[in-house]
Design a protein around this ligand. Structure first.
Ligand SMILES: Cc1ncc(COP(=O)(O)O)c(C=O)c1O
Length: 494
């Protein structure tokens, strides 16, 4: 087979362009499952690239679970590239309610504090994938070079070198932000809490996606806010039609969502939808608390924009951190709070004065050294490969009625299985040393009793593979027991 030469662009590495060419041939069906790919030497000659470029492209496709190598034979398109059915748009109840997250707290404790658990429940990336050695070195350097500064209060908005680096980084999200508009926080969760506190009063109603990240629900409860869940599509995110109808009919204090590769659905709004969302909220003067913690983890193409990129009125309070890309423990996040910045910084000052300066400077040094782009390229590739493998394993081991999201970034999967009792599954799985996040904790109305979330951010290995097999087995057992329970008494005796 002849592959036409590349039209080389300078925006991407050459091996990525070669991989994309092969990927599109697979998508178009020109290369079918089981087909042998051109040998490395042949592709090198056809595309006029080096052997190492072709090898790197093939490795990338292998990591993404699209091709496999057969010893002594060459590279082949994988026989089964899983395409399971997706969950449909959610249909939550349309009443606003106060939030009770006791169940979530119990879940968090059992997920975080159990040694030896195969951690598929909490959305924690594998620490092995983080540049810990480089960050540790930079921490040492920062402490040596700033022996006093590192121990001082660095009051809001936070350390200037970090704010400068973040302003540069945010250009990739389509945002032109001055470093002075950025407030450093202790992770995204503090940014989220401060942002919501800056724009609401106890008793107010906040619109959220359904299902939504349980950390949002805990924050709403703490601030005595009511949650109004809106229908959300697993790929396209919050329904703007539902939002518009709510804005027309009742008083809404704020909207809170994850704009890119959301938790737990993995949805990512298109640019057009983000623009429409910003315009719609501006029309009603409703602030948006935007959490973009997963935005840097896109698998293909350019990093998606933030809704903040379309904010013309200072109404979007953008929150993010380096917890999913560099280090969760350094607790370095930020907020661009627009017209609410002064109010937000007053609360930050009140709550904890400062985010540890040494942590801020270490992250700033990592960003300034130019290692972040390289690190992200590798991380995205690994996450994509792990997610593909997990989806494939779910297709192999779970009942056929299982619906799974197929996010284009991040490291979270959401499963919907009619008839499954996710709370019971969660308890049974713990007995087998497996953590999952049961659906009801993602909704104030405890919807999603038949759904659960899995983390594909931990390193794929035999234990994870076995854990997926065990979960599939437990689900099948549950469904079989249910069929038997619902059978007429005569049938049950046999
Ligand atoms: C959507 C979302 N926001 C915030 C967080 C927590 O972020 P941080 O550790 O930076 O506070 C998480 C962690 O899972 C998350 O999924």
């Amino acid at each position: 087979m002849n592959i036409t030469p590349l039209e080389v662009t300078h925006e991407k590495n050459l091996y990525e362009q070669v991989a994309e060419r092969i990927h599109s041939l697979i998508q178009e069906g020109t290369l079918q499952p089981g087909d042998r790919l051109p040998s490395v030497r042949k592709l090198k000659a056809q595309l006029s690239v080096s052997v190492s470029t072709v090898m790197e492209a093939y490795r990338l496709l292998e990591d993404r679970g699209l091709i496999s190598v057969r010893p002594q034979s060459g590279y082949y398109v994988k026989l089964a590239i899983a395409q399971p059915p997706e969950p449909t748009e959610s249909t939550p109840p349309c009443d606003a309610s106060l939030v009770d997250t006791l169940m979530t707290f119990q879940f968090s404790r059992s997920s975080f504090h159990t040694d030896g658990l195969v951690q598929l429940g909490a959305a924690i990336p594998a620490v092995e994938l983080m540049p810990t050695a480089a960050l540790n070195r930079l921490m040492g350097q920062v402490l040596r070079q700033n022996p006093e500064y590192a121990h001082s209060y660095q009051l809001p908005p936070g350390c200037a070198p970090l704010r400068h680096e973040i302003a540069r980084l945010m250009m990739n999200s389509g945002c032109s932000i001055s470093p002075d508009a950025i407030t450093i926080t202790n992770g995204t969760m503090e940014a989220f809490y401060l942002a919501l506190k800056a724009v609401t009063q106890p008793g107010d109603t906040v619109v959220i996606e359904s299902p939504t990240y349980f950390g949002f629900l805990e924050t709403l409860e703490e601030l005595h806010l009511k949650a109004l869940e809106l229908p959300t599509h697993p790929r396209e995110g919050l329904s703007l039609e539902a939002l518009e109808s709510v804005l027309q009919s009742r008083s809404i204090a704020a909207c809170a969502l994850v704009s890119n590769f959301s938790n737990p659905l993995g949805s990512c709004m298109s640019d057009l939808k983000k623009k429409q969302l910003a315009e719609l909220l501006a029309q009603y003067e409703v602030p948006l608390v935007e959490d973009d913690i997963y935005g840097d983890l896109n698998f293909e193409g350019d990093r998606p924009k933030a809704v903040k990129a379309f904010d013309r009125h200072g109404l979007v309070l953008y929150c993010s951190s380096f917890s999913k890309t560099l280090s969760a423990g350094l607790r370095v996040g930020w907020c661009v709070a627009g017209r609410y910045q002064t109010r937000l910084e007053r609360v930050k000052w009140l709550v904890n004065h400062t985010t540890p300066p040494a942590n801020q400077l270490a992250i700033a040094a990592f960003l300034a050294n130019g290692g972040y782009d390289r690190h992200l390229r590798q991380l995205r590739r690994t996450y994509q490969g792990q997610m593909t493998r997990m989806i494939q394993a779910i297709c192999d081991d779970f009942p056929p009625e299982t619906r799974v999201t197929q996010p284009t970034g991040g490291h979270i999967l959401w499963l919907e299985i009619p008839g499954c009792d996710a709370m019971q599954l969660y308890k049974e799985a713990l007995r087998y040393g497996i953590g999952i996040a049961p659906g009801p904790i993602f909704s104030p109305s405890r919807t999603y009793g038949h759904c659960f979330r899995l983390n594909s951010g931990i390193l794929w290995n035999r234990d994870v593979e076995k854990a997926i097999q065990t979960l599939g087995h437990l689900v099948k057992q549950q469904l079989a027991a249910k069929i038997l329970d619902e059978a007429p008494p005569l049938l049950r005796q046999h």
